[in-house]
Design a protein around this ligand. Sequence first.
Ligand SMILES: *Cc1c(COP(=O)(O)O)cnc(C)c1O
Length: 387
Amino acid sequence: MSNQSRIFLSSPHMSGNEQKYINEAFETNWIAPLGPNVDKFERELADYVGVRDAAAVSSGTAAIHLALRLLEVEQSDKVFCSSLTFIASANPIIYQRAEPVFIDSEPETWNMSPAALERAFVDAEIDGKMPKAVIVVNLYGQSAKMDEIMSICDHYGVPVIEDAAESLGAEYKGKKSGTFGKFGIYSFNGNKIITTSGGGMLVSNDEEALKKARFLATQARDPAPHYQHSVSGYNYRMSNILAGVGRAQLEVLDDRVASRRAKFDRYVEVLSGIEGISFKPELEGTLHNRWLTTITIDQEKLGISQIELIEALGEENIEARPVWKPLHLQPLFEGTLYYPYEKDRSVSEELFNSGICLPSGSNMTEEQQERVIDKVINVLNGRAGIL
Ligand SMILES: *Cc1c(COP(=O)(O)O)cnc(C)c1O
């Protein structure tokens, strides 16, 4: 193992203003959950992405769970969900004892394939059992093909939950990612583009629904002086201290996007000339936030697998990762219905078998990025003499 300092995939990057908002909370003794920072963080985020309302919660996962509850997803209901994603996209389906159906990616955005989605709907209609919701993920900061997906879902009258945990700050045709469906969710987990150490946001133009989300997220307490409950709720709200961190982080979000995109550009500049390395594309008309720079490796051309390259980087104390393991391949979801891109082509599996996420933090120094690049080139040089 190298004795050089570790280079992370994506580490928290504070703006310097966080302490100000935290101090405000301390000075006014608003340490309890909720309080002025929570209200302001909700308003500021809603304004930033351009929706009517936002509800701050304890995690992105909690936001997805609340969205499913609001859409009345219940036992044995079906929910369509992107397959190529982090488990958190689908865990709330299980919390509701509903059944996921996984939809493959397409190659242009790596996100939900409209063609595969359409096939899933056709089958669901024949079976007489339509899904209650569709969870569309915007992977690594790239919006899915929202026009196509929304028009299919609108046609079948099924609401969309946009999992924009990774795509805060990204855009699709001039509109912020996460604002296309009935609900959108963001995550402020420690590795995301901005962070509150842990937290999430549920957004929607349906203010009534978000009122209900806040109710469910605070133990579903009925409006009575005594503690009275008619439905089951959760303890899912964000604390006033963490919302203070979020407010300061939101102020620098656009800088963070610019910085991540600059990291991506530098990787492209040096590595795109190498035959066998391809970069995750950016769909025309969209702004990719480049949360993580992701590449795919052609093992035959480069004489190395993506896992070998990841391990070689690991030896130099550089954190690189494979892309998410598709959910339809997870032991947890064995036997779950899956709609591939084409009858004999699974794009998510291709990406899983060839994809690598490279260190992309907005606080990664130029020097650190050059260390990553040098190592990649070194490793490839050692193989097959391709360079
Ligand atoms: C991080 C993430 C989540 C969950 O967010 P948490 O705040 O960690 O609960 C959901 N979906 C995707 C795609 C994510 O990357």
